[in-house]
Design a protein around this ligand. Structure first.
Ligand SMILES: NC(=O)c1ccc[n+]([C@@H]2O[C@H](COP(=O)([O-])OP(=O)(O)OC[C@H]3O[C@@H](n4cnc5c(N)ncnc54)[C@H](O)[C@@H]3O)[C@@H](O)[C@H]2O)c1
Length: 305
């Protein structure tokens, strides 16, 4: 259900959504536009596994939003390209006069076990997800910091990143590059929340699960059955982003929210769960062996579930 309260409204705000030509990104752009934001629709328009370039998907979303009475412009940049990332932020400011919300959503997938992942499969997935999320946020952060310094008061801005359950629980075998990137995005979310908080910028992340082309091969199995179409729709994921980007979430910072159908969960970063000390001057192999008994006491020593 749409949040029509004043706090949920984004009137006067400008958003940049990456990978907004399809899937979850498209739904996020539509949600933010419906809530009153002007939106830069970034999408390289490539294949699921990367490669190719087509402004068509970004243009189609922008023109649909405009047809519905909203304001939107397309951007065909590659998030993993430093200058393109700079250009997206600049386009928002040049076109709409400001930037308030960045949603880092663009993504590709290249499956493969660690032992047969190619260098290009590793590089592309890390580049689009990790470098791409960083690059766009980096230029947005620079812009917000400048604005805060010029006006002498914090800006009221928000970044929403896209992690994945795969990156938070180690994932299933076959997605090592993707899991590494998505895990790093979750950690980077906390780092950037700390760095940008003084300037009035919140930085949070979602870990979605949705029916899109990225999950097409899973449709019909597990939770991806017709009865769950709405609960796992891109629009359902977008609603949470709409909330996180709005003043309703004004005190939420450095958080990672998982959305799994009608359930949502709060993820927490790596944290210590037990400790042990040595009575010797420093650790020795034997000394650590004794301490390990305390460290693992009552705990499973195998792969975390
Ligand atoms: N679908 C899921 O269940 C699921 C689960 C966890 C995380 N995610 C994440 O959600 C995000 C959106 O995924 P989706 O399922 O909507 O996939 P999707 O393939 O439908 O959409 C991703 C979009 O990103 C664009 N893109 C790819 N590389 C780009 C680049 N370098 N620069 C700009 N745009 C680029 C693509 O053209 C595409 O339109 C991704 O980050 C994905 O990893 C999805």
């Amino acid at each position: 259900m749409q949040d029509t309260t004043e706090l949920g409204r984004l009137e006067g705000k400008v958003a940049l959504v990456t990978g907004a030509g399809r899937g979850i990104g498209r739904a996020i752009a539509e949600q933010l536009a419906a809530d009153g934001a002007k939106v830069v629709i970034n999408d390289l328009g490539g294949a699921l596994v990367g490669g190719g370039r087509d402004l068509g998907p970004a243009e189609a979303v922008a023109s649909d939003i405009r047809a519905g009475g909203g304001e939107a412009v397309p951007n065909g940049g590659d998030v993993s390209n430093w200058e393109d990332a700079r250009g997206m932020v600049a386009q928002a400011v040049d076109t709409f006069g400001r930037l308030d919300i960045v949603v880092n959503n663009a993504g590709v997938i290249r499956t493969g076990m660690s032992f047969n992942t190619s260098e290009s499969d590793w590089d592309l997935v890390i580049a689009v997800h990790l470098k791409g999320t960083f690059a766009v946020s980096r230029f947005a952060g620079e812009y917000w910091r400048e604005r805060a310094k010029q006006t002498g008061s914090p800006v009221d801005a928000a970044i929403v990143n896209t992690s994945s359950p795969n990156g938070l629980n180690g994932g299933s075998p076959g997605h090592v590059n993707y899991a590494a990137a998505k895990s790093a995005i979750a950690t980077m979310t906390i780092t950037m929340a700390r760095e940008l908080a003084p300037y009035g910028v919140r930085c949070n992340a979602i870990a979605p699960v949705a029916f899109t082309r990225m999950t097409e091969e899973l449709w019909g199995s597990g939770a991806f059955v017709d009865d769950n179409r709405e609960a796992f729709s891109p629009q359902a994921m977008a609603a949470v982003v709409g909330w996180l980007a709005s003043p309703r979430a004004g005190d939420v910072n450095g958080q990672v929210i998982g959305i799994n159908g009608r359930s949502c969960v709060l993820w927490e970063s790596w944290h210590t769960v037990s400790s042990a000390q040595t009575t010797d001057e420093r650790w020795t192999v034997e000394g650590f062996g004794s301490a390990a008994e305390t460290l693992f006491a009552g705990r499973d020593r195998g792969i975390p579930s």
